[in-house]
Structures are given as C-alpha cells and as structure tokens.
Design a protein around this ligand. Structure first.
Ligand SMILES: Nc1ncnc2c1ncn2[C@@H]1O[C@H](COP(=O)(O)OP(=O)(O)OP(=O)(O)O)[C@@H](O)[C@H]1O
Ligand SMILES: O=P(O)(O)OC[C@H]1O[C@H](OP(=O)(O)OP(=O)(O)O)[C@H](O)[C@@H]1O
Length: 209
C-alpha cells in the first residue's frame, strides 16, 4: 500500500524535493512536472501538489496520509493533526512591520493588514491590545504605504521586501518552518510506511545540514 503525500507547491516544493531525493525518493517526475499535479509512478510514495491551505484540507479529509506544509499555515488554520517532523527548511519568521514614522504606542486603535488574521489576532490578544484586522491576499507590504493600515503582520525571510519598501520591524512574533504532518488514521493504518518516510527525511536532514 503506497503512502499518499500532499506537498505544498511553489517555494516549499523547491526546498523539499532535494530533501526527498537525499532520502532516496526519486523525484524526477516532480522535477519534470509541467502542469501535472499527481505523481503515482513510484510504488511506495504517491504525491500530489497543492496550495498550502489545501494540503491540510486533503489531509484532514483523509484524501492523503501525509502533508508537507509551512508551520505558518498549520498555526493559522489551528490544525488538529499531529506535527511529526520539522524539516528544517522554509525557515522564516512572523513580524509586525510598518513605516519609519509608525508609533507602536499610538493611542488610536491600530489597523493591521495581514494574510494571517488568526496569528495576528492571537498575537495582539496575548499582548492585551485590541486591533482591527484587514485580510489581504498578498503583497501585504503595500498596506501601510498607501494608508490602508497602520502596520502589517507578515513573513520575513531575508528582509529584502521590507527594505526595498522602506518598512521596519517593530515586533518579532514567531518562527516558521516546513513541517511534515500525518493524518491520525494513516498513523495507525500505515504506521510502518509513515515511520519509514520520517526516518528517510531525518537522515536526509542530517546529510543536508
Ligand atoms: N519569504 C519566504 N521565505 C521562506 N519561506 C517562505 C517565504 N514566504 C513563504 N514561505 C513559506 O513557504 C510557504 C509557501 O509559500 P509560497 O510563497 O510558495 O506560497 P504562497 O504564500 O501561497 O504564495 P503564492 O500565492 O504566491 O503561491 C509558506 O506557507 C511559508 O511556509
Ligand atoms: O524577507 P523576504 O526574503 O523579502 O521575504 C518576504 C516576502 O516573502 C513572502 O511573500 P511572497 O513572495 O510569498 O509573495 P506574496 O506577498 O504575494 O505572498 C512574504 O509575504 C514577504 O512579502
């Protein structure tokens, strides 16, 4: 019985394919994928490529056994699945950022733009501040520049996007990295296959490190 794996396409896919290969899993088909989304040619591992939030939908509904997805998405979706392995790639962090003239101690209720409303809500609740949150789909850095929001909560990796848009970090929220998560039923029914995959990736992580 093969293990069904949903891999987040895009940035995550690019970083995880070399790890899978270092773990002895042939990813030639994924590397030459064209517009294909399903890869069933290996006997032991079947892959699908999906958007991050959809990886969890496939996993939670049992359409796949394993998901490979950023912890940003796991935390934002308050996902009930087990986190099984931090793959040590896709490393970045959540920050609050804004223009140089932003005053984090302003008395007026802040407007915060973000692609991650739950993470933003939880952060401001934790520090005891009531804010208005506006959900943005991408290029969130625009929001404080055009006066839509006082600040943003977003992912930073190199800091280039913030720098090139003249934005500054005002608070560090939490780290992000790519995780391997397993469907609860698959963990019981395909235990050996799941642990075989985890072992391969753990070894690959050590080789790559
Ligand atoms: N700048 C970054 N550096 C490192 N990892 C990142 C960065 N931005 C996002 N990630 C991680 O990679 C995952 C996928 O990001 P990616 O940009 O490929 O997809 P996306 O955010 O859905 O964007 P798009 O809508 O452009 O496909 C995110 O969920 C996060 O875990
Ligand atoms: O610190 P950096 O290395 O510059 O990376 C940070 C940028 O990467 C992500 O955006 P992405 O490329 O996913 O595009 P998006 O804004 O459309 O989500 C994130 O939302 C930042 O904009």
């Amino acid at each position: 019985m093969s293990l069904k794996i949903a891999l987040t396409k895009g940035r995550t896919e690019k970083q995880v394919v070399p790890l899978l290969e270092a773990g002895g899993i042939d990813c030639t088909a994924i590397r030459n994928k064209g517009r294909r989304l399903i890869f069933n040619e290996l006997p032991d591992f079947h892959f699908i490529l999906a958007k991050g939030p959809d990886v969890l939908t496939y996993l939670n509904n049992g359409a796949v056994d394993v998901g490979i997805v950023g912890s940003d998405i796991l935390v934002e979706q308050r996902n009930p699945q087990y986190d099984m392995l931090d793959l040590g790639v896709g490393k970045c962090r959540f920050v609050m950022a804004s223009t140089p003239d932003f005053n984090p101690n302003q008395t007026k209720r802040k407007i915060i733009a973000t692609k991650y409303p739950n993470i933003t809500q939880d952060y401001f609740e934790k520090i005891g501040e009531d804010v208005e949150i506006i959900r943005i789909e991408g290029s969130v850095e625009l929001a404080p520049l055009v006066g839509l929001a006082d600040a943003i909560v977003d992912i930073v990796e190199t800091g280039t996007t913030l720098k090139e848009n003249n934005l500054r970090v005002y608070a560090e929220l939490q780290p992000v990295s790519t995780q391997l998560v397993v469907n609860r039923i698959a963990l019981k029914q395909k235990r050996d296959a799941v642990y075989d995959l985890i072992q391969r990736l753990q070894q690959a992580k050590q080789v790559e490190a």
